[in-house]
Design a protein around this ligand. Structure first.
Ligand code: SME
Length: 171
């Protein structure tokens, strides 16, 4: 009996992962089509935020925090979709700050267990933040995505979101 239940669970997880991959494949193609030939960073960030937000029902907040060129180790809100986002984030705070400081993607299954999490909206329960580098490898922003569900994000999100930001901003 337990074996059968385990098999059903594995099957459902497999179907859900395949669906996520399929959506990413589609939205990556849309983003490539919209941003190809567009050199304006803000315009591309706005398009990416819109298309990712529309593609995934679980995405509650999608947007970019830009490296502020005038204030060291500080991020300032850029284009986004969702409820009001915090205006500025120090590299020493939050999931965004951790991604900016380490240069590594942060996946948080439960934001309430993340020390220093910044709750721009109390409805957020899980989050992924992807560093964005330009063609010379300099950090220019982070892509922040919040979900109202717990454990929304996994290695598939990391792989595809890194692929998308590298496709657009490292060209
Ligand atoms: N939760 C983020 C802050 C940005 S809001 O989610 C839009 C953080 O902890 O860095």
């Amino acid at each position: 009996m337990l074996g059968a239940i385990n098999s059903v669970i594995r099957c459902v997880i497999g179907v859900l992962m395949a669906k996520k991959e399929s959506i990413y494949r589609q939205v990556e193609a849309e983003i490539k089509s919209v941003t190809e030939g567009e050199g304006n960073t803000i315009a591309n960030m706005a398009s990416i935020s819109c298309l990712l937000n529309m593609a995934f029902d679980d995405f509650f907040w999608v947007g970019f925090y830009l490296v502020d060129p005038d204030i060291e180790d500080e991020l300032v809100v850029g284009p986004y979709q969702g409820t009001l986002g915090c205006l500025r984030i120090s590299y020493n705070r939050g999931v965004c700050g951790a991604a900016a400081k380490t240069g590594k993607t942060q996946i948080v299954d439960n934001v309430h267990e993340f020390t220093g999490h910044i709750a721009c909206d109390s409805n957020t329960n899980s989050e992924i933040v992807v560093p964005v580098h330009n063609k010379v490898g300099r950090l220019i922003a982070v892509l922040d995505i919040d979900s109202t569900q717990f454990s929304t994000f996994d290695h598939i999100d990391k792989l595809w979101l890194e692929k998308i930001v590298n496709m657009v901003f490292k060209k």
